[in-house]
Design a protein around this ligand. Structure first.
Ligand code: FES
Length: 87
């Protein structure tokens, strides 16, 4: 399977991702973006919400491979000069 290529917080990334992994897992454990939290893991609480090509999605239930070629924005991406946004 070709590597997953996407843009995360303005940075192009390319990584091997096994089928079935959630985008939240890849962001947290492969890219170290741990401000994307995982709460319920069932798509209910909204803790893991990020933007993928603008609309908000629940990343715990979003297959990482569906983000191929996408623009992904996490809370780290809205930080200004290293200071996290109040969200
Ligand atoms: Fe609760 Fe994703 S962790 S909706």
């Amino acid at each position: 399977m070709p590597p997953l290529q996407m843009t995360v917080n303005g940075q192009a990334v390319s990584l091997d991702v096994a089928e079935g992994r959630s985008l939240a897992d890849v962001l947290r454990y492969d890219l170290g973006l741990t401000d994307t939290k995982i709460g319920c893991g069932e798509g209910t609480c909204g803790t893991c919400t990020i933007l993928v090509n603008d609309p908000p999605i629940r990343s715990c239930r979003f297959p990482a491979l569906r983000a191929r070629g996408a623009q992904v924005l996490t809370i780290e991406g809205v930080a200004q000069e290293g200071t996290l946004h109040s969200l």
